[in-house]
Each structure stands twice: as structure tokens, then as C-alpha cells.
Write a protein that binds this ligand. Structure first.
Ligand code: ADP
Length: 579
């Protein structure tokens, strides 16, 4: 799966930060870069402003040779070149506006066998000696490619010398006469694959309806992948940024606190709604996949055939599971996110999450493996606040990770807003993208983003939501945490829940003696005095409320603690008011 880590991962991110000044990758940028570095043919569909340029500019810097970018708009090309040069990247363009001398110079440089005097291509960014630098990116217009034999022969020479790193086709949907933007010059690009059978092609587009996409794959003769776990369309590596998919029905269900009950609930769900359908259950850990797979099989009386898939499963076994799943011998694969293969199986009718993902990005990607055939599919998250504490140990200390987890928690705890709108808001706020990608294409342009009408929150009858005022309980929890902190003590979400409900004899841990001679002592809390008595809620409800207090910034968690425990503190400036 190209969203995983690769050997060049560190270098990619390092250069992305250093050269392009970005903090982190968006959506599928990392995946496209990885597949590029791996020499694949790729189709990438991302809305305008989504960040398509980075997906080839960054790999261009790390690959020897020149990347040829075919792009139709001279003004946009000029803009790109300016930015690239400012960033110290050697980029040139050949358009109708390029002067004869300039063209000649570029041709000479591209024609030379050793533009870099034999030094590494990566050097290009590192020093300012532009005379000798290898051209990393050469932008040309489709007209130039279609009409100029000389450029084509230059590309052939470069390819022969192994210096044609890859070919990027911007606005690639223009090759298809089925779309609105067909351009005859683009049609001629079909010759590229013939002339350069081994040079990877990256096709980029902002709008590509399925029929155009299929036509494009055929015309450009995109090479299918024959191995690996890449997300594919008709065999070609395919990426698309999050778009609204009307056939996916999202819901969040409360996850029973006992493992057995949670598994039983999933087995019952599958039998009731998808007795004969293929599906995936995503689990947090490798161990969970086995427990859940065994559990679902047993809980269904053997009716549901399950398989297990995670990073440590032997390759042959993985292949076996895959095959059996595809031909129906295995109905449900219980997997970690290692089961990533954008999955060459269109008829996945349901994706269940036994534990929530670390981020909405991950959740959307994983659940999005359902319904690739366009038919209805269900995406169900089984949520329990306590699961957050398991996840928090995985993202220990990373601020961005914490924020992403918080967003995931907000999504899960939200019982009123349309899931589609929540996704749209999330994905458009993590970039400067408009929410246009989330509009239903059939609704027509200009219509404001409408509710999906078919997620749990849209279909839930308001009368089924029990509303309770929990101000007093919140106040009690804040008072308890405050009292614990005053004593220098520590509590986790789970312990706080016990403490608040009058269990554990009011005891909590206090560390003393500094770093070296650390001792843990017990202290005790007088619940009556601190909080006016026990918090009258179930364990699950106290945990959910605690998570909500964290999300609303009344409490703050300390991620530096050991696995499976978030310690909670009162946020700076936050105080439990005295009644
Ligand atoms: P597209 O070609 O898809 O329309 P661009 O590649 O021009 O989009 O990128 C749009 C804007 O987003 C640019 O200003 C670019 O610098 C910015 N951008 C791209 N990727 C990132 C990122 N990962 N983080 C922050 N900004 C980004």
C-alpha cells in the first residue's frame, strides 16, 4: 500500500518541508509520491487546489533525470516555474512563447548526456550553480508535443540515455472525447506509451467521471500493476482525494464495553444485514484481528467464515486469504490497516470498525474500501470512548496526531450532524479546498452543501435521542480532577471513572521523589467534600463525558504516559466553579 512507509519516506518529507515549505502531506499526496518513486503508472484525481503539483515535483527532485510535464495553460506553467525557481529547483518551459534562443539552449542542455557532470541528481536543489544543474522539470504544452517532431526525438534520446524520469500529463481527462474538455492535441499523447514503454506516466485531473477515466486508461495505455497492494482502477494505480460517495451509508454504533458483547453485536449485525455479503472488519491490533475473527465465527454459530490479515501474516497465507475472500470462501476479513490494497474487489458491501481509526483521514480511507462498484454499502464504526486511550498510546506526544485523534473523537461522539457534512467540513478545513468535492454532482453547481439524508444522524428520529443535562456531573468530574492535581496525583480516564462513581475507595496515585527516586504513593479523596458525592452515571457514560470534557478543552490529556492510559488534567485557566 503506497500510503505506508517506504525507504525514501524520510527524504520525501524532509524535502517537502525544506524545498516546498509544507508541514505535512495532504490526502493522497504521500501515496502518489510513493507510487511515483516506485516507477508506476498512476492516475490521480484531486480537485483544483488539492495539491497535485507536489505529487510529481517532489519525486522529480529525488529521481535522476528530467520529468517532462505536459500542461495546457501557459500562464499556469509560468507560475509554476517561478515558484520552483524561487525554491531553487531547476525548471524550464517550452511553450509557444519561448524564444528561439531559449529553446535552443534548453534543447542543448536536455540533449547532453551528463547535465550534472556525473554528480547526483539530488544536488540540483542544494547549490545555486544553475549553469551546471540538471533540469529536473521541463514543462511543455500539448501542442508542442503534438506538433514538434524535434521535441519528441529529444525525449527519445533522453529515454535512451535513461534520463527521462517520468511523463506527467496534467488535465489528463482532455484525452477523452467522452468528456467536455476534449482537446485534439491531447489525443496524440496516446503515442507516448508506444515510444516510451518503460517510462512511468502520471495522469492528473481535477474532474474525471468514471466513463472518462476508463477511456483515459485505454487511450494512454496505462500499465496495470501485476504485484503489490496498490489501490487500482482497471489495474492501474489510482488515487483520488476524498469525494462524496453517495452509495456509502455511514453510522456510529455504541460499542458494548465487554469484548464478547462487542463481537456478538458485530456478528448479529452482519447476519441481520449482510448475511451473504463480503466485508471487512478493521481492528486496532494484530491480536485483536485474531480475537475478533474467532469471536465472530463462534458468535454466528459458524455461519460467518472469517480470515485474519495483518503485517505479520506470511505472504502465502495473505494471498490465500485474499483469494478465498475474492471467491467467497471467506466472507469477512478481520484486519489491521495493513489490509490496504485499495482492494481489487468492488462488491465489498460493508466495512466495520471494531476500533476507531487514529484520524478521520484514516477512517475515511479504510471505510471507503466499501462499495467500489458504486452499489450501496454500509460503513459502521463501533465506538467506545475508552478506545481513545488505546489509540493515544500510539500517537504519543505528536501534537498533530493528538489533534487528528480529537477530530476523530468529535466525529464519533456527534449524534446530530450529517456525517457527510462532518467529512466535508473536516476535509475542507485541513486544506484550502472548497467543499465542492462533497457536492452531489446530480444536485447541480452552486447548490449549497446538502445533508446526505442517509447516514445515522440524518435518519435518526430525534425522539430516540435521550437528552440529559450533565452540567452537575461535569462539574463533579472537574472538581475531582482538580483535587487530584492539587495533591500532585494522576488519574487515567478509566480510574477517574471509578473514582467518580465512588469505587476504588477514593484512592489515587501520587508520585514523589523526583525523576531518579520515583515513588508512587496512594492518596485518598473525600468524594463528599470535593464533589458533593458520587457521580451518578454508568462507567461508560462517565468515560464518554470525560472525553467530551477533553474535546471541549476543560480537561487536557497527558500523552506522555504509558500505554493504554491518558492522564487527564485541568486545562490551564479552567477551574471548577464553586457552587
Ligand atoms: P492543484 O494543481 O491540484 O490545483 P496545486 O498543486 O497548485 O493544486 O496546490 C494548491 C496549493 O496548495 C498550492 O499553493 C500549494 O503550495 C499548496 N499545497 C500543496 N500541498 C500542500 C500541503 N501538503 N500542505 C500545505 N499546502 C500545500
Amino acid at each position: 500500500d503506497y500510503m505506508d512507509e517506504f525507504e525514501w519516506g524520510q527524504e520525501l518529507l524532509h524535502r517537502a518541508r525544506k524545498v516546498f515549505g509544507i508541514k505535512d502531506f495532504r490526502f493522497c499526496q504521500k501515496g502518489v509520491c510513493n507510487a511515483n518513486m516506485d516507477g508506476r503508472d498512476i492516475v490521480c484525481v484531486m480537485p483544483t487546489g488539492g495539491g497535485k503539483s507536489l505529487t510529481y515535483q517532489l519525486p522529480a527532485l529525488l529521481t535522476p533525470g528530467t520529468t517532462v510535464v505536459i500542461s495546457p495553460l501557459v500562464s499556469l506553467i509560468a507560475d509554476q516555474i517561478m515558484h520552483l525557481r524561487e525554491a531553487g529547483v531547476e525548471a524550464v518551459m517550452l511553450t509557444g512563447a519561448t524564444s528561439k534562443e531559449e529553446s535552443r539552449d534548453i534543447f542543448t542542455r536536455l540533449g547532453q548526456k551528463k547535465q550534472t557532470k556525473g554528480r547526483g541528481a539530488v544536488r540540483a536543489v542544494d547549490d545555486g550553480n544553475s549553469e551546471q544543474e540538471e533540469i529536473k522539470l521541463c514543462y511543455v504544452t500539448p501542442e508542442r508535443i503534438a506538433k514538434s517532431k524535434t521535441f519528441m526525438s529529444l525525449m527519445e534520446k533522453m529515454a535512451l540515455d535513461g534520463r527521462l524520469a517520468r511523463i506527467v500529463i496534467d488535465e489528463a481527462h482532455c484525452v477523452s472525447s467522452l468528456g467536455h474538455d476534449f482537446r485534439p492535441d491531447y489525443k496524440k499523447l496516446s503515442i507516448l506509451r508506444q515510444l516510451f514503454p518503460t517510462v512511468p506516466i502520471l495522469a492528473l485531473s481535477a474532474t474525471c467521471p468514471p466513463s472518462v477515466l476508463k477511456d483515459l486508461l485505454k487511450i494512454l495505455k496505462m500499465r496495470p500493476v501485476v504485484d503489490g497492494n496498490a489501490a487500482t482502477i482497471d489495474g492501474t494505480v489510482y488515487f483520488s482525494s476524498p469525494l462524496y460517495r453517495a452509495n456509502l451509508h455511514y453510522s456510529v454504533l455504541p460499542k458494548p464495553s465487554s469484548q464478547a458483547a462487542a463481537i456478538q453485536a458485530m456478528a448479529d449485525y452482519i447476519l441481520a444485514h449482510h448475511a451473504r455479503d463480503s466485508g471487512i472488519v478493521y481492528c486496532l491490533s494484530k491480536k485483536d484481528t485474531q480475537t475478533v475473527a474467532d469471536g465472530i465465527r463462534e458468535a454466528s454459530g459458524g455461519k460467518i467464515k472469517t480470515g485474519v490479515y495483518h503485517a505479520d501474516v506470511e505472504d502465502e497465507v495473505k494471498e490465500g486469504i485474499h483469494r478465498k475472500w475474492r471467491n467467497g470462501q471467506v466472507q469477512v476479513v478481520c484486519a489491521t490497516i495493513a489490509f490496504g490494497l485499495g482492494i481489487d474487489k468492488g462488491d465489498v458491501r460493508f466495512v466495520l470498525h471494531h476500533s476507531m481509526s487514529k484520524s478521520i483521514d484514516g477512517f475515511y480511507q479504510e471505510s471507503g474500501r466499501a462499495g467500489r462498484d458504486g452499489k450501496d454499502a454500509d460503513c459502521v464504526l463501533y465506538y467506545r470512548g475508552q478506545d481513545a486511550t488505546r489509540l493515544s498510546s500510539l500517537i504519543c506526544g505528536e501534537i498533530e496526531g493528538q489533534e487528528k485523534l480529537h477530530e476523530m473523537l468529535r466525529f464519533a461522539q456527534n449524534l446530530t450532524d450529517c456525517r457527510k457534512l462532518l467529512f466535508a467540513r473536516y476535509f475542507s478545513s485541513s486544506s484550502d479546498l472548497s467543499t465542492a468535492a462533497w457536492e452531489d454532482p446530480s444536485a447541480g453547481p452552486g447548490t449549497s452543501l446538502a445533508k446526505c439524508g442517509h447516514c445515522d444522524n440524518c435518519t435518526r428520529s430525534p425522539s430516540t435521542i435521550e437528552r440529559r443535562d450533565v452540567s452537575v456531573q461535569s462539574w463533579q468530574l472537574l472538581r475531582i480532577v482538580e483535587a487530584v492535581c492539587r495533591e500532585g496525583g494522576r488519574v487515567t480516564v478509566g480510574i477517574l471513572s471509578d473514582l467518580a462513581r465512588g469505587l476504588a475507595g477514593g484512592a489515587f496515585n501520587v508520585s514523589s521523589g523526583g525523576k531518579k527516586r520515583k515513588r508512587t504513593e496512594k492518596a485518598e479523596l473525600d468524594l463528599e467534600d470535593v464533589a458533593g458525592g458520587k457521580v451518578g452515571l454508568s462507567k461508560d457514560d462517565v468515560e464518554t463525558l470525560t472525553i467530551q470534557l477533553i474535546l471541549d478543552h476543560y480537561l487536557k490529556e497527558d500523552f506522555h504516559q504509558t500505554a493504554y492510559a491518558i492522564n487527564v488534567y485541568l486545562s490551564p485557566g479552567s477551574q471548577a466553579p464553586r457552587l
